[in-house]
Design a protein around this ligand. Structure first.
Ligand code: NAD
Length: 478
């Protein structure tokens, strides 16, 4: 039966559907065990579900099955160990096993930016569906979690019919994901909302059944998890609209930082002052070196590309500006470095030959090892091009960073990294950097110069310790 829209509910319906496998609770597969899928697999096992993580990357699956996370996410290691021990959590590369096991299959594969443009590369989604569908022999629900261009769920439905060859009654739903790396465990176990993009009551009720563990946990903590039930297109758009809004907020304050730099104003005070207005709010209003990661940059580009295809490119033209503002902040760090070091900014760009620069931070945000489209690494690449000798330190991201930017030198500790530096740039706001003692670091460097690319240091304390300090969108503090 099809269902009416729109619908927003805060409580699950009373009627429950029986999992086609005959199991008591739906058995779940998570296809693609990266940051999203592995976190989900582990957390849903923790909530009591029988779970199978599926990936084409054999070594990754072997690691997970052996209890080793292939990435850093606070709190997830412990839960992985614990749930492997319960016997509820397994991993495989075998799609036949996945099809035989699962009632609900979550698509969690990557949707990166295409190499030839701004659009999303959906080849991983297609290959996952093409690999799973022919093995399905009973009713099942395929749920998209990956972030995709609007229209993808309808296309996945067509793919399922093509590859399943009508052998099984397979339905599709879309349930976009909002987890934040660094807080992923908490976000999955305690989401602030869940979106069910569905066409039928069966799909809706199956999704309720899949999330019963989330609702039950909320009930024990006297919370409610709002459920928004939508059509496919709205569900897909919720995610990209949310990310576009967040990216716009960051670029808005970074645009204000540019104006502050031209006028001697202080963007940190400006942000504080406007953030007191609850209509504006103070979250995501910190000026700095901008956003990065595996989501925001590629999502706003894919959204523009899709809007163009749909004939509404004009509606999202502002996102182009959001992207440009964000990119300019990365170059601003190099410009500040050139100024602080008293070097020339010639026709071939800045010349920092013979200068030793230490970059603190490689990941796109703290508490993660993810360096995808990291502003910090983008600055490292630019600094390397100036001829500077660049040393990088990051608490969790060195391994990934080494692979991406082998031209830089990597240090094992903060102290090793800053030893002999002419300039220190803080580009990811790790607690270790925010709490660093400027006196102690001052004794190790060759020159006490610091660029605070995240406006996360106490400028007065650093200046008192004899450092020349430059923030983003802030006047020179003496
Ligand atoms: N990382 C986040 O914080 C986050 C948050 C919300 C949404 N998302 C979205 O989730 C999706 C996945 O992101 P991610 O960060 O986990 O990516 P990721 O690159 O870490 O993981 C993707 C995984 O999919 C696997 N894969 C590729 N093709 C496959 C196939 N045919 N079958 C099985 N596995 C396959 C890869 O081997 C990899 O392990 C993206 O669409 C992303 O935009 C990510």
């Amino acid at each position: 039966m099809t269902i009416p829209y729109p619908s927003i509910q805060t409580l699950p319906p009373l009627g429950a559907v029986s999992p086609p496998s005959g199991a008591q609770r739906p058995r779940l597969t998570f296809i693609g065990t990266g940051y999203l899928g592995a976190t989900y697999a582990v957390c849903f096992a923790e909530l009591g579900y029988e779970v199978l993580g599926v990936d084409v990357d054999g070594p990754k699956i072997d690691k997970l099955a052996a209890g080793t996370l292939p990435f850093h996410e606070p709190g997830l290691d412990e839960l992985l160990h614990k749930n492997l021990g319960t016997g509820r959590l397994h991993f495989t590369t075998d799609y036949a096993e996945a099809a035989a096991f699962g009632d609900v299959h979550f698509i969690c594969v990557g949707t990166p930016q295409r190499a030839d443009g701004m659009a999303a590369d959906l080849s991983y989604v297609e290959s996952a569906v093409a690999a799973l569908a022919p093995h399905l022999t009973r009713k099942a629900l395929i749920v998209g979690k990956s972030t995709v261009p609007v229209g993808t769920a309808e296309w996945v439905e067509q793919l399922v019919h093509k590859y399943a060859a009508g052998l099984a009654d397979v339905e599709v739903a879309w349930s976009p994901e909002f987890l934040q790396e660094g807080y992923a465990v908490e976000d999955v176990l305690r989401p602030n909302r869940v979106i069910f993009g569905v066409k039928t009551e069966w799909a809706r009720d199956m999704l309720y059944s899949v999330h019963k563990g989330v609702f039950d946990l909320a009930a024990t903590e006297d919370r409610e998890v709002p459920v928004v039930i939508t059509d496919f297109a709205t569900a897909e758009l919720v995610k990209v609209a949310a990310n576009s809004f967040l990216a716009t907020k960051i670029s808005f304050i970074n645009a204000m930082a540019e104006v502050c730099e031209a006028t001697g104003a202080d963007v940190t005070l400006l942000a504080k002052a406007i953030g007191y207005d609850s209509r504006i709010g103070n979250k995501f209003l910190r000026a700095g070196v901008g956003f990065g990661g595996g989501c925001l940059p590629k999502d706003i580009r894919a959204f523009q590309a899709r809007a163009q295809e749909l004939g509404v490119g004009e509606a999202l033209r502002f996102l182009h500006e959001v992207d440009l503002i964000n990119q300019r902040r990365r170059q601003r760090v190099v410009q500040l470095a050139t100024e602080l070091l008293g070097r020339a900014y010639g026709p071939n760009g800045p010349d920092l030959q013979g200068v030793k620069v230490t970059v603190l931070g490689a990941t796109f945000k703290p508490n993660s090892d993810d360096v995808r489209d990291s502003p910090a690494l983008s600055v490292v690449r630019r600094l390397v091009r100036t001829g500077a000798q660049v040393t990088v330190y990051d608490p969790e991201g060195i391994e990934n960073a080494c692979r991406d930017v082998p031209q830089a030198t990597y240090a094992k500790t903060l102290n090793d990294a800053v030893a002999g530096a002419d300039l220190v740039c803080v580009l990811t706001e790790w607690e270790e950097f925010r709490n660093a003692d400027p006196q102690a670091l001052g004794a190790l460097v060759a020159g006490r110069r610091v660029i605070d690319g995240r406006n996360c240091l106490d400028s007065a304390v650093w200046v008192r310790a004899g450092w020349e300090y430059r923030g983003m969108g802030r006047p020179v503090v003496r």
